[in-house]
Design a protein around this ligand. Structure first.
Ligand code: ADP
Length: 465
């Protein structure tokens, strides 16, 4: 620590104060003629010098101590000074040292708490944006930056999330001091739904943060909600159509066509067809719900998949013959067993062959082949597998245009509704296939060329004993 010198004026002032009683006594002596002035002046000088010499080290120590305290107050790391002349001030210096050590511990604790909070805020999966009363971003966490970009601090919230509804809600929270919860949507660069909780601090923080916005990305939840709503609407519609038709024919048969045996014959046949359609739809709906319920129970039992494919293909020989189609089944020798559930995989094979025949041209080939392959599709959940069983069902038909492929396996999705109804589909066949394959931790791909045909390939994990 640097040495602190005492200024001359400070020294003079101090000496004057300390020597003032002696000076008064000397003045009294001179006044009553007990001391000649020259002697008094001489004595005065001596007292001044002696006092100055005595108090200088004390004043110097005090100055050093003051400087030390100032340094500590500015949070500087300085060594305690050696105070040679201040006996009790030495204790004071030690006390100050202890105080500084205490502060150091407290400071470390504070720094730890702040770091912990920063990490906590940063790693929270929820999006956090903290703004001031001018709705300018003060702080954000990692989740927020991942979605809305880096360097958000200082930007107007309006520029970060351009959504009037959210901004109005924040304004009202800033005004009324009452928290709010809202849902809002942003559409750029892609559609995203958020649930935002807006809370106002009773007083702004030192950094100016007055309002905290916590946001959850609920896009998926919303789309599941929407899908459920669509599904119920679609299912009701699909059931209502044949039901309305049956009801209409019953009314006609009870009324105008009561005594018309020819009409009765014709109408009853249509009613049976419609009832079959309802039955098929209800069967498919039940299958779907069963698959959904079991989607997490992965089958682990061995299954002779070759036998399943052969048996299912056999049931289609007649249907194919009706369209003069050739059903070619090729199953490679020694096809290994798969991990699977017989009824469900039979349904997969059934639905794919049935579609191939339905949507294949008359007088064409429907080729079913099962083999072992090491060529796995990209999006497989079974990336750690080196080989799988692949079943391919290929038709020569009208094919499917590219834009339909991503949605093809959604429930009730049809490329051409009128055409599908005409060939008797429920719109659930591929959704069921997809659900079953998911449950089996397999994969399905589709390639199609419009005007030429379609090829569905199903990949299934092999059973290893
Ligand atoms: P559906 O019971 O109506 O056939 P799916 O879920 O099985 O329902 O199929 C959905 C839609 O995909 C069908 O309506 C049809 O438009 C199309 N599709 C399915 N398989 C084929 C195929 N092999 N060739 C052409 N289009 C197909």
């Amino acid at each position: 620590m640097r040495k602190n010198y005492v200024s001359f004026s400070t020294l003079l002032k101090s000496v004057l104060i300390v020597t003032s009683p002696a000076l008064v006594v000397l003045a009294v002596y001179v006044f009553f003629g007990m001391l000649v002035l020259s002697q008094a002046m001489y004595a005065c000088g001596l007292v001044f010098l002696a006092t100055g010499a005595l108090i200088y080290p004390f004043l110097s120590n005090l100055s050093t101590l003051t400087h030390y305290v100032n340094e500590i107050a500015q949070d500087k790391r300085v060594a305690p000074p050696a105070l040679s002349f201040l006996g009790s001030a030495g204790e004071l210096s030690e006390a100050l040292n202890r105080l500084q050590a205490g502060w150091d511990v407290k400071k470390k604790q504070m720094e730890t708490i702040i770091t912990e909070r920063e990490i906590l805020v940063d790693t929270l999966p929820d999006i956090l944006i903290m703004v001031n009363d001018d709705k300018k971003v003060v702080r954000t966490n990692r989740a927020a930056r991942a979605i809305f970009g880096q360097n958000l601090a200082g930007k107007a919230l309006d520029d970060v999330i351009p959504n009037r509804y959210l901004l109005n809600a924040i304004s009202s929270v800033i005004q009324d001091l009452k928290g709010r919860e809202i849902e809002f949507r942003i559409e750029d660069p892609m559609v995203r739904d958020f649930l935002a909780i807006i809370e106002r601090f009773p007083v702004p923080t030192a950094g100016g943060i007055s309002t905290v916005i916590t946001m959850n990305d609920i896009t998926e939840l919303k789309s599941v909600e929407q899908m459920r709503a669509d599904f119920v609407a679609n299912a009701s519609h699909e059931l209502r159509t044949p039901l309305a038709s049956i009801k209409g024919f019953v009314e006609t048969l009870m009324g105008p066509a009561k005594d018309d045996p020819e009409a009765r014959e014709e109408f009853l046949a249509i009613m049976l067809e419609q009832a079959d359609r309802m039955q098929q739809l209800i069967g498919d709906l039940l299958s779907l719900s069963k698959i959904e319920m079991n989607v997490h129970a992965v089958p682990t039992e061995p299954l002779d998949f070759a036998a399943v494919v052969r048996k299912e293909a056999d049931t289609f020989v007649r249907m194919a013959a009706e369209k003069n189609q050739r059903l070619v089944v090729t199953i490679h020798d020694n096809l290994p067993q798969v991990k699977g559930e017989a009824n469900e995989l039979a349904q997969v094979v059934h639905n794919l062959i049935s579609n191939a025949i339905k949507y294949g041209f008359a007088d064409s080939d429907v080729t079913v082949s099962a083999k072992i392959t090491t060529e796995l599709p990209q999006d497989l959940n079974m990336r750690n597998l080196s080989r799988v069983v692949a079943l391919s069902v290929r038709d020569q038909g009208e094919g499917i245009a590219k834009q339909h492929l991503p949605r093809l396996m959604e429930r009730f999705y049809r490329v051409d509704s009128a055409r599908t109804r005409q060939v008797g589909g429920t719109g659930l066949g591929l959704a069921i296939v997809k659900g079953i394959i998911q449950r089996h931790r397999g994969a399905i791909t589709v390639d199609s060329v419009v005007g030429e045909g379609t090829n569905f390939t199903v990949y299934l994990p092999i059973y290893e004993a």
